[in-house]
Ligand binder design. Sequence first.
Ligand SMILES: Nc1ncnc2c1ncn2[C@@H]1O[C@H](COP(=O)(O)OP(=O)(O)OP(=O)(O)O)[C@@H](O)[C@H]1O
Ligand SMILES: [Mg+2]
Length: 247
Amino acid sequence: MTPPALRCDQVVKRYGDFCAVDRVSLEVDGGEIVALLGPNGAGKTTLIGCITGLVNATGGTITVFGQDVRRDFRTARRLVGLVPQEINFDPFFTPLESLMIQMGLMGQRPDRAWCEELLDRFALSDRRDAYTRHLSGGMKRRLLVAKALVHRPKLLFLDEPTAGVDVELRKSLWDEVRRLRSEGTTVLLTTHYLEEAEELADRIAVMRRGRLLVVEPREAMLARGQGRSLEEIFVELVHSEEPPCSP
Ligand SMILES: Nc1ncnc2c1ncn2[C@@H]1O[C@H](COP(=O)(O)OP(=O)(O)OP(=O)(O)O)[C@@H](O)[C@H]1O
Ligand SMILES: [Mg+2]
């Protein structure tokens, strides 16, 4: 039996007395797109950090394609791509250099043609030799996505990939996410644009105060609203007193 792309089992992250991620269990199958929603501070980025090795979980276990993210860190890390919420480049590199360097960091042979193709996919070809510090905010974000793809990860985390990206480019990023899925990539994305979740996600997960409140196929989630929008369903969920179901 093939292991799921991602399995989180009772994942906990504490900062002192504060519990940023509280016993989260979640399974994602290969080829799925899952949208992780939740208000500011819900724990989405922290959970992604625990999975990608940026945050040291306090408890629980996490595997990607059956590899334990702590015990088999190197193998697990190369299976995942991360588009972080915060923009983090060396401002003195060009987009092309950034991609080439990232390939090296991920243990790949340098492949300039692939890096150029990625720049093309993300409409950055004409800026490939500019300093990254001279790119606009949306361009920087697109470069972050390209950077996360250099090693062709099987599981991709997109932490608010379209924040600050204009409408047209947001739609082209959606196309890119669908294309990745059609190529077999599994995607977990966070977003505050609920239409993005509605547009892309096979399943929708909602977090609040560290807890995973609900994970459901998109249709089931929308059916909760009986004609109301996902936004209304979301607001109701995050304001509900008790979690509507245990994760
Ligand atoms: N290094 C840290 N030390 C202490 N608290 C932290 C740390 N990192 C995150 N937190 C806290 O953990 C909680 C969850 O933060 P997180 O960034 O995961 O939220 P989020 O769901 O990604 O929110 P947003 O939608 O604003 O990006 C917040 O209350 C945050 O202040
Ligand atoms: Mg976040």
